[in-house]
Design a protein around this ligand. Structure first.
Ligand code: IPM
Ligand code: MG
Length: 357
């Protein structure tokens, strides 16, 4: 049966990087006879400009019936002054929550070719291979009530609610334990259980779940310490599991350990294996349209899409190998440029991956 892939290029550098990933996907689709059907739709600022809505009903319906989604990036200064509910980011958050994509997998892997691009010493990061499992449809991002109100003394007051139910913790916990089983067998659950009740419950549920996974070594860490440990000795981690907001912050930090956030893909999955795949980086409006962006994170996201949602491991591995090969060849976009590298633009990098395939 043929599978459908929805491309959502979005804003800023989104269209440039998605079009490189699209070339790569078309090639493996032909070479491996995957029978994938592609279509494209609007999200984020692009959708606001066309329809006034960051997540038009048509895009949502389209997403719902797709097997997998490849998203570029959303947002930019043009839409910064809009109301919270109308901002481009709402498009992304609406897709995550509407499709119940609760499990966000963010690998931070250091390519040996890029060891010198990290801001940390090569010996601290070489061989780094961490997986952050971030809860994506709950926590303070979605908790109710939220808003800005006027308090009794007439002062404005902003508020959000940090809430997790036990079932939400349990289902992300299972994803994390199972990931750890398939990797190094170590799971670190990150919380703020010394201050926040919601994460005390988080810790309790994770501890309870651990009994079902005797082959996984579970540890707990407060988020402030985790932030410190990530730059002090990042290789102590295998899999990290944490809530939505802590995961947002720690995944950017982990990404940068690898030299460039421009290299890191991500997967957001629901329980039906339907997924949305996107680079960890944002829309980079400052370099949009100039052919400077690194398309590798999006190309690697396409590989994750093949692996996790489309059941196509072989082409996924082939894409990853091709990316490693172009790095071996010394090709570098500006963000990962090194003295001995040859600087190339977005399209040239995409073409090089195609050729390496
Ligand atoms: C991310 C991004 C998003 C988030 C923004 C764009 C809403 O930072 O995917 O990490 O906060 O989740
Ligand atoms: Mg983020």
């Amino acid at each position: 049966m043929s599978k459908s892939v929805l491309l959502l290029p979005g804003d800023g550098i989104g269209p440039e990087i998605v079009s490189e990933a699209e070339k790569v996907l078309h090639k493996v689709n032909d070479d491996y006879k995957l029978g994938l059907m592609f279509s494209t739709d609007l999200v984020g600022g692009a959708a606001i400009d066309a329809t006034g809505d960051p997540l038009p009903a048509k895009t949502m319906a389209h997403a719902q019936k797709s097997d997998a989604i490849l998203l570029g990036a959303v947002g930019g200064p043009k839409w910064d002054d809009l109301d919270m509910a109308k901002r481009p980011e709402k498009g992304l958050l609406g897709l995550r929550s509407g499709l119940q994509l609760f499990a966000n997998l963010r690998p931070a892997v250091l390519y040996p070719q890029l060891a010198s691009a990290s801001s940390l010493k090569p010996e601290v990061v070489s061989g780094l291979d961490i997986l952050i499992v971030r809860e994506l449809t709950g926590g303070i991002y979605f908790g109710q009530p939220r808003g800005v109100r006027t308090s009794e003394n007439g002062e404005r007051q902003g508020y959000n609610t940090y809430v997790y139910s036990e079932s939400e913790i349990r289902r992300i916990g299972r994803v994390a334990f199972e990931s750890a089983q398939q990797r190094g067998g170590k799971l670190c659950s990150v919380d703020k259980a010394n201050v926040l009740e919601v994460t005390r419950l988080w810790r309790e549920v994770m501890t309870d779940l651990a009994q079902e996974y005797p082959d996984v070594e579970l540890s707990h860490m407060y988020v402030d310490n985790a932030a410190m440990q990530l730059v002090r000795a990042p290789k102590q981690f295998d899999v990290i599991v944490t809530g939505n907001m802590f995961g947002d912050i720690l995944s950017d930090q982990a990404a940068m350990l690898t030299g460039s956030i421009g290299m890191l893909p991500s997967a957001s999955m629901n329980s039906e294996k339907q997924g949305m795949f996107e680079p960890c980086h944002g829309s980079a409006p400052d370099i949009a349209g100039q052919g400077l962006a690194n398309p590798l994170a999006t190309i690697l996201s396409a590989a994750m899409m093949l692996r996790y949602s489309l059941g196509a491991e072989k082409p996924a591995a082939a894409i990853e190998k091709a990316v490693s090969k172009v790095l071996d060849q010394g090709l570098r976009t500006a963000d990962i440029m090194s003295p001995d590298g040859r600087q190339v633009g977005t399209r040239e990098m995409g073409d090089a991956v195609l050729a390496a395939l």
